[in-house]
Design a protein around this ligand. Structure first.
Ligand SMILES: [Zn+2]
Length: 633
């Protein structure tokens, strides 16, 4: 897509929505609890127990890991610290930020990896095979967040110097390998700085980066990877794909080529057709791996897909992407992490009947679906922290016409300004997605008119919006209902998003069960067996304590049961919402490669078997589960 030599006009298209600076949106209710659990678990203590991000890390001046792990950890730790206003976490992040800011060399380069320092004066001495821009790309994302939260005056001059350096350096040492696949993440920081400085040379750099990045627009416009992939390829590496899906939208800001916009839609559609899973992610147990519900989905891909969707929503302003974001955030994210955030999986499976060291249908190691400190490989251990904090930061955005847009209705407080600098405070009270009702209380520094856009999810057929008790007409455009009116202090919006049970047809006539943004599964009894004990973060195998070979009965009813919302709603024993239905054990569903085989097309109930009551819980509650069921017809 316009990757030839013709010079595009150098400008940056406006995004449809704008992110609010980190800290403008504070988590409340269950979401705040989730962040606190994270802070009390891995994110707040990883550096004390995992050498890779410990005091000897290269990004702290040590001789340890100097690649992606430190920056990955900070990419979640920094927003978490400032969202919780947790002084201990802020102090934990500080040495990393200080070391990084102080590491800038005279030429503008920074970071511990001296191999990336390009000596611009001696062209011939650049060892091309040793250059990697990737770890810096992550640290740039950290610094932009840190600047938003603190207004630290050092950050913008630091970035100006670095990009000035990069503009020359990247011509001599182009993006390669991971950086070539993930160039869109570098563009996000360049575009971020351009919005602040309007320096036209940044757009020249942005063009160079765009043309050096893998052409994701062409890949997604005419998607070639229809089958499970087996070979090393950056274009089918699941994390790269999860990151690359935002590339066409990021490119679009520079090219204004409408084909790039369409490539995002086509790409997601193709990914779901050929590799889609019940929780809204596409599979990839290293490479894209098809629609079988026992294939793996890497935790890095989950958090990166969330971040990509947040950026796509901001750029394209289409609420339908938030439907996907919620589905991934409320299902795939919590499922791969223990309820106390002290162990996690590398690969999760929709039908996950056992988590243990065993051969499974993937190239990843036998421990990839175990819960632990660093099962299979430590990328997820360092990268998982960004999921919830960045979701919080994307709950609300501002619109170009001086208004606000609700992206998701998880509980939060928003403190921002609208047109003419008028201060607005929104308090979103809800137990969404576990409940259907949302209340938004407004407080404004002065009565004023501005558009308030409420996202209406596609699954919701009969939304109800009331302003101060008066029911409003709901007209949905681009996934949002717009209330453009005068707002005054103590105005209250009530939103009701009725959820209905929907059965989603999968391969082999199997189904997954959805209600609103939550996917419902049959939880299996879990026996957690500690296989490696450490001081704090242990490794676990999980064995099933109950039968898993259940089919659902066609036409069986689903009865809703609600329970108390505890501080950790993603726990099977205390699930805040359940669906009661009927199912039956079947004889012809077998285990293959230590996983549930494909759901049989014609499930055969046991001769003397009988229908049983089944209790389905949200996907994110169950670490062992059946999420894709055969149906007895
Ligand atoms: Zn990973």
């Amino acid at each position: 897509m316009n990757r030839t030599n013709e010079l595009p006009s150098l400008s940056l298209a406006e995004t449809k929505l704008q992110s609010l600076p980190l800290g403008s949106i504070k988590p409340e209710g269950w979401l705040k609890n989730q962040l606190k659990i994270q802070a009390n678990g891995f994110t707040g203590h990883l550096d004390e127990h995992w050498e890779d991000v410990g005091p000897n890390n290269g990004w702290l001046g040590g001789s340890g890991d100097s690649w992606e792990r430190g920056p990955y950890y900070l990419d979640g730790l920094v927003p978490l610290a400032y969202l919780l206003e947790d002084q201990q976490l802020i102090e934990k992040a500080r040495p990393w930020i200080e070391w990084t800011l102080n590491s800038q060399r005279e030429d503008g380069s920074f970071g511990p990896n001296h191999l990336t320092t390009v000596n611009l004066e001696c062209d011939d001495n650049v060892d091309m095979d040793q250059q990697d821009w990737w770890q810096e790309i992550i640290m740039l994302k950290v610094l932009t967040q840190y600047q938003e939260a603190t207004n630290d005056e050092r950050v913008i001059p630091f970035l100006i110097r670095y990009f000035h350096y990069l503009k020359e350096a990247i011509e001599k040492v182009p993006l390669r390998e991971w950086a070539q696949a993930r160039g869109a993440d570098l563009l996000l920081s360049i575009q971020w700085l351009h919005e602040k400085t309007k320096d036209p040379s940044l757009l020249e750099l942005a063009e160079t980066v765009r043309t050096q990045t893998i052409d994701w627009s062409s890949i997604f416009a005419k998607f070639p990877y229809w089958r499970k992939q087996y070979e090393w390829n950056h274009r089918t590496h699941v994390v790269n794909v999860a990151m690359g899906i935002k590339a066409p939208a990021v490119f679009f800001r520079q090219t204004n080529d409408v084909m790039e916009k369409e490539a995002v839609y086509k790409g997601i559609e193709s990914l779901m057709t050929y590799h889609g899973q019940a929780h809204g992610m596409f599979s990839g147990d290293e490479w894209l791996s098809g629609t079988h519900p026992s294939q793996g989905i890497e935790l890095c891909a989950v958090v990166e897909y969330m971040f990509s969707l947040e950026q796509i929503i901001r750029i394209l302003g289409d609420g339908s992407f938030a439907d996907i974001l919620e589905k991934v955030a409320f299902n795939a994210l919590p499922a791969a992490i223990s309820p106390t955030w002290d162990s996690h999986q590398y690969d999760q499976q929709v039908n996950q009947i056992m988590c243990n060291a065993a051969k499974r249908p993937w190239v990843n190691g036998p421990d990839a679906n175990m819960f632990g400190l660093e099962p299979h490989f430590g990328c997820c251990t360092s990268n998982m922290h960004q999921g919830w904090p960045k979701f919080v930061t994307s709950l609300w955005m501002s619109t170009q016409d001086g208004g606000l847009a609700a992206i998701s209705y998880a509980p939060c407080k928003v403190l921002t300004t609208v047109e003419k600098g008028i201060g607005v405070e929104l308090t979103v009270q809800s137990d969404y997605p576990f409940r259907e009702h949302v209340t938004i209380d407004l407080s404004v520094s002065k009565e004023t008119r501005f558009p308030l856009n409420l996202r209406i999810p596609r699954w919701c057929k009969a939304p109800i919006i009331k302003v101060n008790g008066t029911r409003m007409e709901v007209q949905v455009e681009n996934g949002f209902a717009c209330l453009n009116q005068f707002w005054s202090n103590n105005d209250q919006i009530e939103l009701s998003l009725p959820m209905e049970v929907e059965l989603n047809e999968r391969n082999n006539s199997a189904v997954s069960v959805e209600r609103g943004p939550l996917v419902y599964v049959l939880p299996l009894g879990e026996q957690w067996v500690c296989v490696q004990e450490r001081e704090r973060f242990h490794d676990w195998e999980i064995y099933p304590k109950s039968a898993w070979r259940y089919a659902l009965l066609e036409n069986a009813e689903f009865k809703l049961e609600t329970g108390e919302l505890t501080s950790q709603p993603f726990r099977a024993e205390t699930a805040p919402i359940k669906l009661m239905t009927k199912g039956q054990l079947i004889s012809n569903w077998v285990m293959e490669k230590n996983s549930a085989g494909a759901p049989p097309l014609n499930p055969r109930p046991y001769e003397k078997g009988r229908a049983e009551a089944l209790e389905l819980v949200p996907y994110g509650c169950a670490r062992l589960r059946i999420g894709e069921f055969p149906v007895i017809r």
